[in-house]
Design a protein around this ligand. Structure first.
Ligand SMILES: C=C(O[C@@H]1C=C(C(=O)O)C=C[C@H]1O)C(=O)O
Ligand SMILES: NC(=O)CC[C@H](N)C(=O)O
Length: 740
C-alpha cells in the first residue's frame, strides 16, 4: 500500500492572510499538500463527497461576522457534519467564532478592538498547547465569543486585557474540532504558531487512528473540483521560449560623475510638451539609478481601459487595436515581453530597455474582482499606459557612471549620444535651473474637512463591526493655474523640477504619456523583481508617518513611530498582508528582511518594512515562467496593500463606498519592465497628474489632481488623520504654492 501525503483543505474567507496560514501549515504538517477553496465555492452538500479525500480542514480568518451567512459561507455548516463525514478541523479567528457560535456561544463586540496588536496569552496546558511555553500572539478581531457554560466547547486559552477575559482558544469535547482566536500565522506571533499547528496535526492523527479514519486515495476528479494545490499558477498562454537567438543590448559606459538626470532629460527633448517622455528619477536615497528614455516617432505606446476587450497600440499618430481574446491584459503583456526578451545588457544596471509607464488603482481593483463604483468611474483615461523604450540612459548615482544603451542593432545613436553627453559634461557641470514655485496664484481645492472626518468615523465603524482591520482612506485635491505661454517652455517639466527640488524622493518620476502626465516624488517602492533566473521579489511598504519640523529628531520620530502601538500595528498589518500576497505565488519562501524601521525623507519620517520572496526551484515545473510570472505577481498583488488596508478585497469594497472619486493614477503604480526580465514599480503617492483632454485643453486653466490619505484603524484619531493627510499633501502642493 502506498502512503499518500496528507492533504489539507484550507477554507479561505476572502484573502485574510490565507496564504500565510497555508505556509505555516506546510511547515507544521510534514509533507502535506494544501488545497485552498473559497468559503462560497461549494455548499456543504456539494463539498461532502470530497471531504473523505482530506486528512484535515483548516478554517481561515476573515472579515465580517460568523452570524452573517455571506461572510462565512459553507463554514457555518462544517460544525454539523454527519458522523460518517467527520474529520479534524482547526479554526482561526473567524473560524473559532463560527465554531463557538454553532455550539451556543454568544457573539459580542470587543470594547477595545485589537488589530495587529500583540497580547500575552495564558493557556490551560491542554494537548493543543503541549510544549508551548509563553505565547505572545497577534490579534485581528473586533468580535469575540463567550461560550455557553456546561456546553461542549472547552476553553483552552484566554487573555486578560481592557476587555476583561477574552477567549483565545477552544476545543470541542467530543468532536475533533480545535480553534484559536489569535493569528498563529502572523509574523509577530511568538509561541503559539508553528507548535500549535503541529499539536493540532498530532491530535488530528490520534483521533483518526482512534476512529479508524483514513483519507480516501486521491482521485483526479477531486483535483478537478477543488483545483490545483497551493502554490499554483495557470500559464494560460505561456509562449514557448523563442528558438531564434535573443537580441543583444548594446551599451556604452561613461564616467560622468556630475551628469544630472535633468540635463539628460533636456537633451532628450523633455521641453517639447507635445512628445511622450519618460524619466524614472532616483532623486534621493535609497534610490540609486535614474532611467531616462530617448523616445522616437516609432516608439510603441500601449494603452488599455479596465473592462475593454482590447489593447490599443500607438506609434506616432498611427493607432491600432488588438483584441485580447481569451487572454487578460496581464497575459498579453507577458506574451509581449516574452517576444521582446533581450540579453547582453550591462549586469550592473537594472534596466536595459523595455516598458515604462503607469497603471491605475482601478486596474488593481479590477484584478481583485471587485466591481468598480460606477458613480465615480469616469474611465476617460487609460488605466494602463506604457511605452516601449528602445534607447535609454541609466545614471548610477553611486558610481557616477552613465550607461547609454540601445536595443536597435548597430544603432549610431549610441555614439552620437555619447559625444553629446561627453561634450555637455565638459562645457557645463551645472544642473539646469530648477523650476520655482509658481507665482500664478494657484487655486487649491482641498477635500471637505467635515466630510473627511465623517468618513473616518464611518471607516472606524466598519472596523469595529469586524469588516476590516485597517482602511487606507484617501481623498482628492486639485490645483489649477492660469495657463502660461509656451514661451516659458514645458510647464509640466518645470513643475516637476520644482517638486524634485522641494521634495527629492527615491522614486521620483516624470512620465508624459498622452493623455496623462505624472510628476511624482514617491518615497515608496511597491514591487521589484530581480532579473531571472531565480528572481527575488522585493516590497517596501510604508505605514506610519511623522511630519519633519524643528525638534523632530530621529529619536523623537522613533519614539512616535516605533514606540507607538498604533503605528507599529498599522505597519504590521500591511506586512502580514504583503506576506500573504507574496506567499500566494512564490510558495513558502517569504521573509521579512526589515521590520518597522524609521527612514528619513525630505519632509517626513516614515516607518518602513521590507519583505522578500523567492521562488522555490522548479516550483512551476519545466515551464519558463519568467515573463508571465512577473506580470502575474503584479496582477495578484495590486492595488498596493499599503494603499488599501487589510484584508484587501473587503477593504477595497468598503473604500469604494467611502471615497467620492475614482483614485485613477493616484494609488496605482509606475515603473518599468525590463527586456532582461526584471521590473520595478513604485506606489503613485506624493504625486500629481494631469490629463491633456477636452477638459484641460479647452479652458484657460491647467488642472492637476493629487490624492492623499492614510491608514485608519480602530486607534485613529480623526483630527490627527486629517493633519497627516495634509502633511502628505503639502509635500506635493508645497512645490506649487506656499503650504496649505
Ligand atoms: C496614502 C498615502 O500614503 C500611504 C499611507 C501611509 C501612512 O498611513 O502612514 C504611508 C505611506 C503610504 O503607503 C499618501 O501618501 O497619500
Ligand atoms: N481575523 C478574523 O478572522 C476576524 C474575525 C471577525 N471579522 C472579527 O473581526 O472579529
Amino acid at each position: 500500500m502506498t502512503i499518500e501525503n496528507p492533504r489539507v483543505l484550507l477554507i479561505d474567507s476572502y484573502d485574510s492572510f490565507t496564504f500565510n496560514l497555508a505556509s505555516l501549515c506546510k511547515q507544521s504538517i510534514p509533507n502535506c499538500i494544501i488545497y485552498i477553496i473559497k468559503n462560497d465555492a461549494f455548499t456543504i452538500p456539494e463539498l461532502l463527497p470530497f471531504l473523505s479525500f482530506f486528512s484535515a480542514v483548516i478554517v481561515g480568518p476573515g472579515p465580517g461576522s460568523p452570524e452573517n451567512d455571506q461572510d462565512v459561507g459553507l463554514i457555518k455548516d462544517l460544525w454539523n457534519l454527519p458522523e460518517r463525514s467527520l474529520l479534524p478541523i482547526f479554526g482561526v479567528c473567524l473560524g473559532l467564532q463560527s465554531l463557538s457560535v454553532a455550539y451556543g456561544a454568544q457573539l459580542r463586540r470587543l470594547e477595545v478592538v485589537k488589530h495587529g496588536q500583540i497580547s500575552r496569552i495564558q493557556h490551560a496546558e491542554d494537548a493543543l498547547f503541549d510544549g508551548v511555553g509563553m505565547v505572545d500572539a497577534v490579534r485581528y478581531h473586533s468580535l469575540h465569543v463567550v461560550p455557553v457554560e456546561g456546553g461542549p466547547m472547552e476553553e483552552l486559552a484566554w487573555t486578560e486585557d481592557e476587555n476583561g477575559h477574552v477567549v483565545m482558544a477552544v476545543k470541542h469535547t467530543v468532536k475533533p474540532f480545535w480553534a484559536v482566536q489569535y493569528h498563529p500565522e502572523s509574523v509577530c506571533t511568538r509561541g503559539g504558531g508553528l507548535e500549535v499547528i503541529q499539536n493540532f496535526w498530532r491530535l488530528a492523527q490520534d483521533w483518526s487512528r482512534k476512529v479508524g479514519r483514513q483519507a480516501t486515495t486521491w482521485n483526479n476528479a477531486v483535483g478537478k473540483a477543488v483545483g490545483d494545490p497551493w502554490p499554483c499558477y495557470p500559464f494560460p498562454s505561456a509562449q514557448p521560449t523563442p528558438s531564434e537567438p535573443r537580441p543583444t543590448v548594446t551599451t556604452a559606459v561613461l564616467d560622468l560623475p556630475h551628469m544630472a538626470a535633468e540635463t539628460v532629460c533636456e537633451f532628450f527633448g523633455v521641453l517639447d510638451e507635445e512628445s511622450p517622455f519618460v524619466c524614472l528619477d532616483s532623486a534621493a536615497q535609497p534610490g540609486r539609478f535614474s532611467i531616462i528614455g530617448s523616445l522616437m516617432q516609432t516608439s510603441l505606446q500601449i494603452t488599455h481601459f479596465v473592462g475593454d476587450a482590447f489593447i490599443t497600440l500607438m506609434q506616432g499618430r498611427h493607432s491600432t487595436q488588438e483584441k485580447l481574446g481569451r487572454r487578460d491584459v496581464w497575459t498579453w503583456l507577458g506574451d509581449f515581453m516574452a517576444r521582446k526578451r533581450a540579453c547582453g545588457g550591462h549586469q550592473d544596471i537594472p534596466f536595459w530597455g523595455g516598458l515604462i509607464g503607469l497603471l491605475s488603482y482601478e486596474l488593481g481593483v479590477h484584478s481583485l474582482n471587485v466591481l468598480l463604483n460606477q458613480d465615480h468611474r469616469k474611465g476617460q483615461h487609460p488605466d494602463l499606459n506604457l511605452i516601449f523604450v528602445e534607447r535609454s540612459v541609466v545614471i548610477d548615482s553611486t558610481t557616477g557612471r552613465v550607461f547609454v544603451q540601445s536595443l536597435i542593432p548597430d544603432d549610431s545613436w549610441i555614439a552620437d549620444t555619447t559625444c553629446t553627453l561627453l561634450s555637455a559634461s565638459q562645457t557645463s557641470k551645472s544642473i539646469p535651473p530648477s523650476g520655482k514655485p509658481s507665482h500664478l496664484n494657484p487655486v487649491v481645492r482641498l477635500p471637505d474637512k467635515s466630510l473627511y472626518l465623517a468618513r473616518i468615523h464611518e471607516a472606524k465603524e466598519r472596523i469595529f463591526a469586524g469588516d476590516s482591520y485597517e482602511l487606507c482612506l484617501t481623498a482628492r485635491t486639485s490645483v489649477s493655474f492660469p495657463k502660461v505661454f509656451p514661451i516659458f517652455g514645458s510647464t509640466s517639466w518645470r513643475r516637476y523640477q520644482a517638486l524634485r527640488t522641494k521634495n527629492p524622493a527615491p522614486y521620483s518620476a516624470y512620465i508624459r504619456l498622452h493623455p496623462t502626465t505624472l510628476i511624482s516624488s514617491s518615497p515608496e517602492r511597491f514591487l521589484s523583481t530581480s532579473r531571472p533566473p531565480n528572481p527575488v521579489f522585493h516590497l517596501r511598504p510604508i505605514k506610519g508617518t511623522v511630519r519633519k519640523g524643528p525638534g523632530i529628531t530621529r529619536a523623537v520620530a522613533e519614539e512616535a513611530l516605533v514606540g507607538s502601538t498604533k503605528e507599529v500595528a498599522e505597519n504590521l498589518m500591511i506586512v502580514d498582508l504583503i506576506r500573504h500576497d507574496l506567499h500566494a505565488i512564490v510558495g513558502e519562501d517569504v521573509q521579512v528582511k526589515q521590520f518597522c524601521v524609521v527612514e528619513e525623507y525630505e519632509t517626513v519620517w516614515q516607518l518602513v518594512s521590507v519583505i522578500e520572496g523567492r521562488l522555490a526551484p522548479g516550483i512551476y515545473g519545466a515551464s519558463d515562467p519568467d515573463s508571465q510570472l512577473g506580470w502575474e505577481m503584479l496582477k495578484r498583488s495590486l492595488p498596493p496593500g499599503s494603499m488599501t488596508g487589510a484584508p484587501k478585497k473587503r477593504s477595497v469594497e468598503i473604500l469604494q463606498t467611502l471615497e467620492d472619486h475614482e483614485r485613477s493614477i493616484y494609488s496605482g503604480v509606475f515603473g518599468y519592465w525590463c527586456v532582461g526580465g526584471g521590473s520595478d514599480w513604485s506606489v503613485t503617492i506624493r504625486s500629481c497628474f494631469k490629463f491633456e483632454d477636452s477638459s484641460n485643453s479647452s479652458s484657460d486653466m491647467e488642472h492637476w489632481d493629487m490624492g492623499a490619505g492614510g491608514a485608519i484603524t480602530a486607534l485613529s484619531n480623526a483630527d490627527a488623520e486629517w493633519d497627516e493627510m495634509l502633511v502628505k499633501l503639502n509635500s506635493v502642493v508645497g512645490a506649487f504654492t506656499s503650504c496649505i
